[in-house]
Design a binder for this molecule. Structure first.
Ligand SMILES: [Zn+2]
Ligand SMILES: [Zn+2]
Length: 180
């Protein structure tokens, strides 16, 4: 969704639409570490107002994605509900720092060419910013056993405890073999 600034009425414009199910893929990096899948497409609810030298976008969007747990590699659902309050400034009219500091803390400032706003790109950026630093199916996720690969959330480890050796021990053993 692209909006031309000239098409925004003085009274503002209300935007409410849903992304196509596959739209997220257009913004996804080629090696997506989250293995993101769309369960419920992004629903966008925004109000756009323009001023003499800026455009302000406020509202929220929601979506439900499937992510891959970094510990156990199982997919799990992730609900996103994000507020948006973004001030778009025309690239050439950079305000001095003092002016920006007067803005409320949760307001994001971005720049655009002054003619057209790529709303989907803006939303996609917000989605990626909201992604968890470490995707976990639950805080208690027990992950995979590094020895046998068992999913410790639902399987018991198949490694026999007796012949478990640390990578360091394995290295020591190899070294002693080579030096013979
Ligand atoms: Zn997990
Ligand atoms: Zn194991």
């Amino acid at each position: 969704m692209r909006i031309r600034v000239d098409d925004i009425p003085e009274s503002g414009r209300v935007l409410h639409y849903h992304w196509d199910r596959n739209r997220l893929k257009d913004f996804m990096p080629p090696n997506d570490p989250f293995e993101m899948e769309t369960l419920q497409p992004v629903s966008v609810d925004l109000e756009i107002h323009k001023g003499a030298d800026h455009v302000r976008i406020r509202g929220s969007f929601s979506a439900r994605f499937q992510l891959q747990c970094h510990r156990c590699l199982d997919p799990y659902p992730w609900q996103l509900l994000q507020d948006v309050d973004t001030l778009l400034l025309v690239e050439k009219d950079l305000p001095d720092e003092e002016e920006v500091e007067l803005e409320p803390e949760d307001l994001e400032v971005e720049f655009f060419d002054g003619e057209e706003i790529d709303i989907d790109r803006l939303v996609a950026e917000e989605v990626f910013l909201a992604l968890p630093f470490r995707a976990l199916c639950s805080e208690e996720c027990r992950g995979l056993c590094p020895g046998c690969g068992a999913n410790l959330n639902r399987e018991t480890c198949r490694c026999s405890k007796s012949d478990k050796e640390s990578p360091f021990q394995a290295l020591e053993r190899l070294r002693s073999q080579w030096s013979k």
